[in-house]
Design a protein. Structure first.
Length: 495
């Protein structure tokens, strides 16, 4: 008999849970999310780092520390299997003073306890030699060689696509309203798109996890929203640090980072602003927040590009659990309610291990689950001709001419990539949006932020899929790309 598991939340944690669960032939896996696409909550706006985990004190946060280390190791396999853009440059916690250098020495002990290799102090001379972009006023730093960078959105999409290829179903734009509990056990999940019968419900709802838990009668923790703001510079300007650099961690945050993203942009941030309960969707960017991250970045880097070279600012909300540690558990009361909650930093790093842990808990509770022999580990990404060797690019364009027509000149994205992104989003059950295309292939992500290519993409969608610009949205409802046909506006109507 097949059992149904409903995963609540299609962020990096939820889709990782789904990928692991699809390994069992006895399970039917359904992923539910209130957003129109995968990865649009906490995942969408973070620092993109696969942390080395030497800042996760196992004495204070044992679950965080253990799953961070395991998740880091799993990412080496996952980026290869799922064709996710990644780099492994290493990181340095930069110290401004000798006192700061002494304060971060504890992370050497943590690294030793957790078995993390390549963590050691470097002096000013070695720091400048390793990273010419660093501010020479710093006295040294703590090097961690295993730190990496990925694209969180492309990672979430890749994992979701692989889970779907292995049978997982996605129900998007479906807000969870209640958990059905009868006889002390989970029986279903109520959404605004209908009721899903369920033997197990996994709570991976990010900043909303405590609210979902309350629906199941669980009230022993709270989630506090914490906002992080970032600034992204043009990929045409530097400095572009080769290493991941950041200020010394504080009790609230791992510090402010200066990184070169996998797309080649200098990005600085985040802030760490605790918000009231009603601030769970407060993704506004403030002048004060951007000023703060630029001031902190100036302590790390020897120079910053002029502010006019900032092409984008954004903010994300992190779920800060009241106890500080990740909450990963299978409830006996109500039986079948599983939690992957309070997944603050280093949640991106730990996500594959969180998925593995939840799958283990579900397997042990249900018992007798059989692993599939036909489970598919590999997923191919969308071809990007601009990054291909010429002979491969020519062959691709010969077979599919749309890959030879550039539609986004900033990022050299072709019509073929846009079409493939749309087809994959539709296959997943995601809503057709301009942001969905942007997150999959990088069109509208360059210096012009879509001012040159967005209209061409909208016209391509109209021509190929019959969706006119005034019905196309940037992301959610209420974000229509166009108001109405011009003639309708001249007549005083909207169509």
């Amino acid at each position: 008999m097949r059992r149904r598991v409903v995963v609540i939340g299609a962020g990096i944690v939820g889709v990782s849970v789904a990928r692991w669960l699809t390994r069992f032939e006895d399970l039917e896996v359904v992923v539910v999310d209130k957003e129109p696409d995968v990865g649009w909550g906490v995942t969408k706006a973070n620092t993109s780092i696969i942390h080395p985990c030497h800042e996760e004190d196992p004495g204070r946060w044992p679950v965080r520390a253990r799953l961070c280390v395991r998740g880091h190791r799993l990412w080496y396999d996952w980026v290869r299997e799922l064709d996710i853009p990644a780099r492994w440059p290493g990181e340095v916690i930069v110290a401004k003073t000798e006192e700061e250098l002494a304060r971060i020495s504890k992370y050497v002990d943590v690294a030793r306890e957790l078995g993390i290799p390549g963590v050691r102090f470097i002096d000013r001379e070695e720091l400048i030699k390793m990273e010419p972009a660093v501010n020479p006023d710093n006295v040294g730093g703590l090097l961690a060689k295993t730190a990496g960078l990925i694209s969180p959105m492309k990672a979430a999409v890749a994992i979701a696509e692989n889970a779907a290829a292995n049978g997982a179903k996605f129900l998007l734009e479906a807000r969870v309203r209640d958990i059905i509990v009868e006889g002390g056990a989970v029986k279903g999940v109520v959404t605004d798109r209908g009721v899903l019968e369920a033997d197990v419900a996994v709570n991976a709802a990010g900043v909303w996890a405590d609210k979902v838990a309350e629906m199941a009668g669980v009230r022993d923790y709270r989630i506090r929203p914490r906002r992080g703001q970032y600034a992204v510079f043009s990929d045409k300007v530097g400095p572009k640090p080769g290493l991941i650099l950041h200020t010394a961690p504080t009790p609230k945050t791992k510090g402010v980072y200066a990184i070169t993203t996998v797309d080649g942009n200098l990005m600085v941030g985040p802030t760490a602003e605790d918000l009231p309960d009603e601030g769970r969707e407060a993704r506004e960017v403030t002048a004060e927040g951007i000023r703060f991250v630029l001031e902190q970045a100036a302590k790390i880097l020897k120079s910053l590009p002029p502010r006019r070279k900032i092409i984008r600012t954004f903010a994300g909300i992190r779920p800060e659990p009241s106890g500080g540690d990740f909450i990963i558990r299978f409830h006996e009361e109500p039986w079948g309610f599983v939690e992957a909650a309070g997944i603050r930093s280093p949640g991106l790093t730990a996500a594959p291990a969180i998925g593995e842990e939840v799958a283990r808990l579900v397997s042990e509770a249900l018992g007798g689950l059989r692993e599939r022999v036909d489970w598919v580990a590999v997923r191919e990404g969308i071809p990007h001709p601009a990054a291909m060797p010429r002979h491969e690019r020519d062959e691709l364009i010969r077979r599919a001419p749309e890959y030879g027509r550039i539609i986004c000149t900033c990022r050299k994205v072709s019509e073929g990539e846009v079409i493939e992104a749309i087809e994959r989003a539709r296959a997943l059950g995601a809503k057709l949006t301009l942001d969905g295309i942007k997150f999959r292939v990088g069109a509208m992500y360059g210096d012009c932020q879509g001012s040159q290519c967005r209209a061409h993409i909208a016209y391509l969608i109209w021509r190929r899929y019959g969706v006119p610009p005034w019905e196309l949205t940037l992301n959610k409802e209420g974000s229509r790309y166009a108001l109405a046909p011009i003639k309708a506006l001249l007549r005083g109507g909207e169509g």
